[in-house]
Design a protein. Structure first.
Ligand SMILES: C[S@@+](CC[C@H](N)C(=O)[O-])C[C@H]1O[C@@H](n2cnc3c(N)ncnc32)[C@H](O)[C@@H]1O
Length: 486
């Protein structure tokens, strides 16, 4: 929990927090400017103005956190810069001036700050043309890689993470985007007229528990808007937008929920806005974000192929020799901080039945998510229950076994990382301490077993102190470590 908060720190929270600071003496010179080239000659975008790079300049001065670099001096400084961006801006919004494109569209737990991820790819892993994120989450690495023209491969055990990242990495042409918006508009009109005529087409189906009636009406309108034939990428993108719209309304509803006995709930809409309109606005926003993403990708010298995303426990993943990558960039699970699969089930259950049981199942790339029937008895298919590394639930169910299991799991996934890299390929991994485990030590020892040599690293710490100088409560520590395959 402490680390979760560390990832979401904002400036005001920082100002309120008294920190013990022992800043590094070495301060890096100014960040890269618009139109210049980085060390490996990769050009920064020409249209980058001063404001856009404000976050980079900020990252060039020592932060108010306790920070320390280790290993190679030059690389260590670069890693520190990235960590300053991560800690200054947190997750999931992007800093002012940094292009948002599809980042943060659709809620997902924790992850790398896109600006930090972009900086690592340019500054630390520059020269790489392919990257693997074994814990792809919302696809931050995959999206950033595509905007730099890199081939990107992602794996994640969570069907929700794969659903979200696949839609953040989608690069449809303008005709397809228009078709999506047109279908959304037709569905909105259908839902509204069904509501006006009080049509009873919004019956509850298996797994619909908790989905408000108004949303079931939109779901039915969406099914009808494609003539009942679901299956393509556009269909799945509309289900994605419906899931995002539902998440947003459910969130604002729970924020606005009156305290016990103080009034009624709003009935599923945001501030009295019609749900069909909310859904349509989400689709329009998604269309704009997709256009921005596509435009960013098209300014690269080389166009990256679409990201490859695998819904799998990374420990069972194997890249073919000819598909091996130059780099790995990830923020892996931290010990006992989250329950990713349980969050995924909660979000999926919130969308209820998606594809009609009487019509053909979806065939699109995220069909495993949309075709899942939410079980009424909590008896989820095993891919929604098994394979997560380092969950909070695992710590709770057997605290004494957790540490050994953690170390074993680190070795299992780092072996896959080592296998996926080309010789001299590099892996940059962000990890935070938790459950009394020093994750830097545990990861370095696991990585070295598979020929991954530690080149450098950076550690950030935030320790809250009392007036009298005693350390209390939350101690947050996060590392960014760079390995090279030998
Ligand atoms: C910190 S998040 C990743 C964030 C992502 N790298 C980013 O920057 O947006 C960790 C992810 O690891 C995934 N995960 C946990 N255990 C896994 C496993 N055994 N195989 C693959 N993914 C796993 C979780 O589902 C979660 O999405």
């Amino acid at each position: 929990m402490a680390l979760a908060r560390a990832r979401g720190l904002d400036a005001r929270a920082l100002a309120r927090t008294r920190t013990r600071t022992r800043n590094v003496a070495r301060v890096i010179g100014g960040g890269p400017r618009g139109g210049s080239n980085d060390a490996d000659g990769r050009a920064w975008r020409d249209d980058v103005d001063d404001e856009t790079l404000a976050y980079v300049r900020k990252a060039s001065t020592a932060s108010s956190f306790e920070e320390r670099a280790f290993g190679d001096d030059v690389i260590g400084e670069k890693l520190l810069r990235a960590m300053r961006v991560q800690w200054t801006h947190g997750f999931a919004s992007t800093p002012s001036g940094f292009p948002r494109c599809t980042h943060g569209f659709g809620e997902i737990l924790a992850g790398m700050q896109p600006a930090a991820c972009d900086l690592i790819l340019r500054d630390v892993l520059s020269g790489s043309t392919s990257v693997l994120d074994p814990f792809a989450g919302g696809g931050t690495t995959l999206v950033c890689a595509a905007t730099l023209g890199m081939r990107a491969v992602g794996t994640d055990v969570s069907p929700l993470a794969c659903f979200v990242s696949a839609h953040r990495c989608w690069r449809p042409d303008e005709t397809t985007i228009d078709e999506m918006v047109h279908r959304a508009s037709a569905a909105r009109d259908l839902a509204k007229s069904a509501e006006e005529q009080s049509v009873e087409s919004d019956a509850e189906e298996a797994g619909d528990g908790g989905v408000p009636r108004a949303w079931r009406r939109i779901r039915d309108a969406l099914r009808a808007s494609n003539g009942g034939v679901s299956g393509g990428r556009v269909d799945e993108s509309l289900w994605f937008c419906m899931s995002v719209a539902l998440q947003r309304t459910q969130k604002s509803q729970s924020k606005a929920r009156p305290r016990k006995g103080k009034g009624k709930r709003s009935g599923g809409s945001r501030g009295g806005e019609d749900n069909a309109d909310i859904f349509y606005k989400v689709v329009e926003e998604y269309a704009d974000r997709l256009r921005q993403f596509r435009a960013m990708c098209s300014t690269c010298d080389s166009q990256a192929p679409d990201a490859e995303i695998h819904n799998i426990d990374v420990r069972r993943f194997k890249l073919a020799d000819e598909a091996k990558v130059d780099a790995v960039l990830t923020s892996c699970p931290y010990p006992a901080v989250y329950d990713y699969l349980s969050f995924a089930r909660k979000v999926r259950a919130g969308s209820g039945a998606v594809v009609s049981t009487s019509s053909p199942r979806s065939q699109g790339p995220t069909s495993s998510y949309v075709n899942t029937v939410v079980p009424g008895d909590r008896n989820w298919p095993k891919e929604w229950m098994e394979g997560e590394i380092g969950s909070r639930r695992a710590l709770r169910s057997d605290p004494y076994a957790f540490r050994d299991a953690w170390q074993r799991e680190q070795e299992e996934w780092l072996e896959v990382v080592a296998h996926s890299l080309k010789p001299r390929g590099r892996a940059c991994i962000m990890v935070g301490d938790g459950a009394n485990i020093d994750t830097r030590a545990s990861m370095v020892s696991a990585a070295e077993k598979f020929g991954l040599k530690t080149l450098a690293g950076a550690t950030m710490k935030l320790t809250t102190t009392t007036e009298s100088g005693n350390v209390y409560n939350q101690a947050r520590t996060e590392h960014l470590i760079l390995f090279e395959k030998h």
